[in-house]
Design a protein around this ligand. Sequence first.
Ligand code: HEM
Length: 164
Amino acid sequence: MAQANTSLTKGQTQEPDRKRTQFSAVDEAAIAVLVEEFYRTVRRDPRLGEIFERRLAGKWDEHQGKMQLFWQSVLLKNGVYKGKPVPAHLKQKELVGDDYALWLDVFRAVVSGLFEEQPAAEIIGRAERIAQSLWLASFGVAGSQPPAALTSDAHAWGGGSCLR
Ligand code: HEM
């Protein structure tokens, strides 16, 4: 006897685990969600999660607050971030070159899930440029090019840097 199989239809129409907002523009509220979602995700990555945990155990709120200011400065150009990312990463001797590609994989996935295509491309393009700068600061020698994995076609914004 044939039975109607409704499971496929049900599966297709199920809501994702967490209802996702698709932000159409970048503002402080969207950046707060981005930072929260990025760290929620990256902490589950076996390699990066461990690195972050070693440095930031007990200091997650402080770090995420700082990262909100960082992304506001980068994306909204409001100058609220006053830190120094380059030395913060140079002192992490356990980092290897591929870690930046791993970081970007997580970041791209989170941004693509939260933002519409155009703002997502802008945010990812900015992150890629900064990741390239951090990679060069840590692993570059004269004439080095950052790995191809740190570049996509998402370079919508140019200029400006929070890096020191
Ligand atoms: C290899 C991948 C990365 C790892 C494992 C990593 C890890 C960390 C850790 C553990 C800290 C805290 C350092 C401390 O306070 O002792 C930190 C700080 C920071 N990271 Fe990263 N990071 C990575 C890539 C990036 C990228 C690509 C960006 C930017 C697009 C970024 C932006 C920052 C900023 C702005 C800070 C705060 C620096 C400060 O002012 O103290 N990181 N990172």
